[in-house]
Design a protein. Structure first.
Length: 60
């Protein structure tokens, strides 16, 4: 005989101890600050920064 089982969706343990507002906030996109040393160049990226005298003049 085949069993007719219905799977019930259970809440995660963390969801039981958080508010609805906290759960909604956790799903939002966030801005994260990272150190500039973590940024790497894209290989074959079509846009390049050319470091020349004109660029150096803009930074002064």
């Amino acid at each position: 005989m085949a069993k007719n089982e219905t799977k019930m969706p259970f809440a995660k343990l963390d969801d039981l101890f958080t508010t609805e507002e906290e759960r909604q906030t956790a799903n939002l996109e966030k801005v994260i600050d990272i150190p500039i040393t973590e940024i790497e160049d894209f290989p074959n990226h079509p846009f390049k920064v050319i470091v020349n005298d004109e660029l150096k003049g803009l930074s002064k």
